[in-house]
Design a protein around this ligand. Sequence first.
Ligand SMILES: Cc1ncc(C[n+]2csc(CCOP(=O)(O)OP(=O)(O)O)c2C)c(N)n1
Length: 728
Amino acid sequence: MNMLQYLDENGHIKNPEGFKRLGLTTDDIKKWYRWMLTLRIFGEHANRAAALAVDDSDPHNKLVPLYVSPRGQEAAQIASAYALGKDDWLFWYMRSHGGLLVKGIDLQLMWKIFMGILTPDDMQHLLTLGIMPYYIIVGGHLMHAVGKSWGNKLSGKTNAISMACFGDGTVATGSFHSTLNFSGIHKIPTILFCENNGIALSTPNELESATPIFKKALAYGITGERVDGRDPFAVYDAVKRHTANARLTGYPALIEAVVDRLDDHTSAMPAKTKAWEQKLAEAAQRDPLPRFKKFLQHEAQEYFGFTWTEEDDANLRDKVEAEVKLGAEIALEKRKGMSGAAVVAQEEVQAREEQTDELYRNLESISFAPPEIPDARGITALNFALHDIMQTDPRVIILGEDVAAVGSVFQQTSLPVKFVKKYLPEQIENLTSHCLPLLNIFGKNRVIDTPLDENGIVGSAIGLVLAGYRPIVEIQFGGFIWACMEQIVTQLSQLRHRSKYVLKLPIVIRVPYGGGPWLPHHREFEAPALANLPDLILMCPSTAQDWYDIMWAAIACDKPVIIFEDKNLHRDDILKDILLRRPPHVQIEEIGIRVARPGTDVTLVSYGRLVYQCLDMAEVLQKENISVEVLDMRRLAPLDQQTLIKSVQKTGRIMYMGEEPKEYGLGAEVISTAALSDTYDYLQARPARIGPERVNQPDPPFWKYYFPRNEEIIKKIRGLVKYEFIQK
Ligand SMILES: Cc1ncc(C[n+]2csc(CCOP(=O)(O)OP(=O)(O)O)c2C)c(N)n1
């Protein structure tokens, strides 16, 4: 196999001149060996700790819940991280924790990571060193590395780049493709460091990839190189060269370090295939530790002027062994002092804490008094919200498919011609034939047409946050959000938790939805499937002012917010109203249910376009002396329980109406909130819900027969009012 190598399997330098040019010192060499040994010895102890239960009460609760051994990959991990600069970030996967030592963590902290007992202070320390929390989802971290480097590049900090480490199985994921594609197109200086140990759990590399890994770079217009990953000099040389080039030119690189996995897949899952076991003895011959020891014994004298004896080696091992044990003892002591109940309770508080960005906590600092818009519709409110936010906060950028040159498919990321002429005459020359794309005002570094890759977009947005940005992502149609569920579910809704709530995630995702005569994936309502995910705030405005205010409140919030915008309301005249353009005056948590119409007999709960249908039906029912209170949810999740309960306690009756199939829909939460609380005692009728059956929407000509129809609403509400509650 062709690959860069300085150190042969017997510990001899193959290319003396090239080796000397690496400019390594005695100090470098000794540090490397010490770290490699530390990693090896730590791994042996961690594997043992992974077999020990914390106490007799629960044999499954191990001291180390899961250990993923880097045995055989130490040289690649230590030398690659050593080639990074102080400000570079490391996006690691579980097996690849050697780089953490190089970046500066001590053994106590390493133990805490694997024991699962990190505190917020520990996490803050890791982030300060440029180390991300751990990732379990294969490939989940790759786009975060790209986004971070991208953000650095956009803000001119070209000296700080990211390195993402991953295994050969990861090459099969969509995230790998996204990573190479984004970084190739936008010249994002990221080092993609693949530790190819030839096997992914039990699956050999030839079943993950039909071509050599490093050659894939070519297809994306970036550089690829293969090195012997058991030779730290080759690894160091490659990473050093490519990071220097990345800093200078912005070019990313894919480095394939060929290594051997000399241990089980994980402590919990040995995955000893016959093929792997057969190759183990041969692979052990390439073990980087004995190889490096031989180098020290054979070559250190010639190249660095010192000798390395068996005694030196034994002394170092003893020292490292003692350090590893001491680290474990300190970590164990800390563990003893932790109460499980207190940790869980604290996390609940942290998760719910309001998180408003500093800039928006002090509104006086925002000088902002643009003229009101007298006849704004939903789209106008959205247009001006985005414009005003971009103008006020330079950290905000817009990302998405077709958001730049054309100003989005519904012109959400643009300004309409007539308003530009009236309010922004200085921008007239930037108009296209039909609008003023925000791109033409804020430039290509702030309004970015991304590749057609939703998972890549959300992943890069998370990385951009790490570089100080506050991205607004557009998902072109709600139906396409499924293409980024991996990032939304496993990262956006969980990363704050994995970072012990130290990381902030100010990302806003806008999702146009709304039933109508359209093809599949352009008409569904996706919020119910997301509402069960912790840490996401889901919003849905139905007035022009709310559209504006919610967008601002979302951008001020340090938690991820997903805004569902009913595209049926974009240009509906029913929304026409005076739009006050104002900085965020309420926190997103305070934007709960809006009482769209007060009433006394029945509480009718809905969202988006349906609110207007509810209002119409309330008008009809009023003529029969049935007074309906219409609630516009606005915040779909978490639900504004207080306002809901107050209303139901007043009316004694509740009905939910939604666009989504009613089974497992948002109505389940709305109704159970009323029925499971003290409000149950106020109920005079069994709660009702109305909405489509749990089937897909029909073809376009028949769409109206799917959604709640007026007659049904009237009938159900009449029934509610006549109802005698069975138990009463
Ligand atoms: C998306 C996803 N699918 C499956 C898994 C289960 N899993 C964990 S590690 C692993 C193999 C990873 O192989 P590779 O990328 O080569 O890294 P290695 O473990 O060999 O270092 C698998 C299948 C996972 N964590 N995430």
